[in-house]
Design a protein around this ligand. Sequence first.
Ligand code: PLV
Length: 322
Amino acid sequence: MARVLHVETPLRESVPLSRIAGCTVFLKLENTQHTGSFKIRGIGHACQQAALRGCKHIVCPSGGNAGLAAAYAARKLGIPATIVLPDNVPVCTQERIRHEGASIQVYGQVWNTANEAALCMAKEDGCTYVHPFDDCLVWEGNMSLVHELKATMHGQPGAIVLSVGGGGLLCGVIQGLREVGWEDVPIIAMETEGTKSLNAAMAAGKLVTLPEISSVATTLGAKCVAERAFHLATQHPVHPMVVSDKQAVSAVCRFADDEKMLVEPACGTALAAIYEDVVKKLQLSGKLDHDLTSVVVIVCGGSNITLGQLEIWKDQFGISST
Ligand code: PLV
């Protein structure tokens, strides 16, 4: 019997963010998942299906959060797991993964290198390779988020804001919107300058592989988005937008002050759509309606953050405390 490994997350109206945006902002609090990010939805579903097919060992290459989700899912399903990480994943996340009972292998400086190593390891008999974003089971699992929105909201949102790494969340959200009949809800797809693989692909009209990843939003660091993410983004009203690392970190700080929650820069990247007036600018340029009923921000969460690390980034970017 398949078991659901994610929880239904709260949808909370944010007065501070609504005041900034000039319309009602709802926060879909994926940071409240057991493993601290939305990743458990898709990864949990993929691991479960692997277990049903008799998988003996899960191998997952990750920037941290997918690995944590895979380690949690594997523990719940009683399967051993190996999580393959690049060397920029902080100790705090590595420890959480180990505490879930998984073993860790560290390869290279970016997710793509860790992924190559994971693909080799997964050739062993009985191993199942779980991709963090480019897998139809992952998209299917991520769709549950939209079904929850449909069940909780009184009408369809005016727009949805989310971060894009490899585009697994984007795929799940677009597929979910189609399934609930909300296919005209625009998506604001946020990336940092150093991880802008979707922005680059949309500008070029084809998939683009970035020469390097350079951003504090490490979990958005996929050199190329999934083909399906690019394909869906050309069919759906998607506005790909970019913020700087400083803006992403500043959003993390302001969100902690406003909502008393600590998230990593990958999530700050989505929150910066409100804090840096990205939504307002899209309205002014006529790309989004002037009178948006509401905006839903997917607070994707993330474990790659500590108060100590935040202090270091604040110093690095010259962000003062409020
Ligand atoms: N993180 C993946 C890929 O990293 C991972 O292995 O953890 N927000 C957070 C907090 C994330 O952890 C991720 C992906 C994203 C957003 C982006 O999701 P995606 O890849 O589905 O677009 C390299």
